[in-house]
Design a protein around this ligand. Structure first.
Ligand code: KIV
Length: 278
């Protein structure tokens, strides 16, 4: 980036400082072309482990590896000039304890160039978040429905109704006290998400957590209509690119079968036309 460029990458303190001001705009991105589309419009490009499901056809995020996150993380960093890239720590890469988490977070940051990681868990992850943040690893926390624990939850359920509300509030306070610079609230009832947002000094980023969060995140393939296997209630579809792609592929297949493609304009003549002629 040139010294005169108006673009400066967003960094964790910038996100932290946005508490109570303009809503934070976050989308997932997994590749350079998508990152280039996301970058001008978003504060954060999240390399979510949802990539296991939307790009790699896995049944859940549990099979995603550190190597996959590094590969996609590098790709997204290449496509972002302004938005901050945050990379998910995949299942099994941080739960053993702070040292394991530090080793793998350091790999994610040094091998991709991303300035921050995200990990799932509240009170039980507070010690690990504290260890990381004291050692130069900015952490975005993720509480409420944590998809890596889908088997423990018994499905992708709303988390935080009735008796659970207090536990989710405790998770939020614990990750803040541990030093997280922001926290994702997933599938948390909207009243509770509003109370958590009011109680915290760090920004909350909602996905299925209502309008009162400090920011919102969606999975890009969901909102563009590229991933249609299932559609949670919280997904708003802003485009139907899956349908557009299907129509384009069908048109190509029909033209190839009818020998209508390629035309002369997509082919190379045996003899070049004389210079100056069209
Ligand atoms: O993996 C992911 O995409 C996420 C977001 C849905 C928050 O964690």
């Amino acid at each position: 980036m040139s010294a005169t460029s108006p673009l400066r990458p967003v960094l964790p303190p910038d996100i932290r400082a946005r508490k109570g001001s303009a809503p934070l705009v976050v989308l997932t991105a997994y590749t350079t072309p998508m990152a280039r589309l996301v970058d001008p419009h978003c504060d954060v490009a999240l390399v979510g482990d949802s990539l296991g499901m939307v790009l790699h056809g896995m049944p859940s995020t549990l099979g995603v590896t550190l190597e996959m996150m590094i590969l996609h993380g590098r790709s997204v960093v290449r496509g972002c000039q302004k938005a901050m890239v945050v990379i998910d720590m995949p299942f099994g890469s941080y739960e053993e304890g702070p040292q394991q988490a530090y080793r793998n977070a350091a790999r994610l940051m040094t091998e991709t160039g991303a300035p921050a990681v995200k990990l799932e868990g509240g009170v039980h992850m507070a010690e690990t978040i504290s260890f990381l943040t004291k050692r130069g690893v900015p952490v975005m926390a993720h509480i409420g429905l944590t998809p890596q624990s889908v088997n423990t939850f018994g499905g992708y359920k709303v988390v935080g109704r009735e008796d659970e509300a207090d536990l989710v509030m405790q998770d939020a306070l614990a990750v803040q006290a541990a030093g997280a610079f922001s926290v994702v609230l997933e599938k948390v009832p909207m009243g509770l998400a509003g109370r958590i947002t009011a109680a915290l000094d760090i920004p909350t980023i909602g996905i299925g957590a209502g309008i009162d969060c400090d920011g919102q995140v969606l999975v890009i393939d969901d909102m563009l209509g590229l991933f249609t296997e299932f559609r949670p209630k919280f997904v708003k579809r802003y485009a139907n690119l899956g349908k557009t792609a299907d129509e384009a592929i069908a048109a190509y297949a029909a033209e190839v079968r009818a020998r209508a493609f390629p035309g002369d304009e997509h082919s190379f003549p045996d003899v070049l036309p004389p210079k100056g002629s069209k």
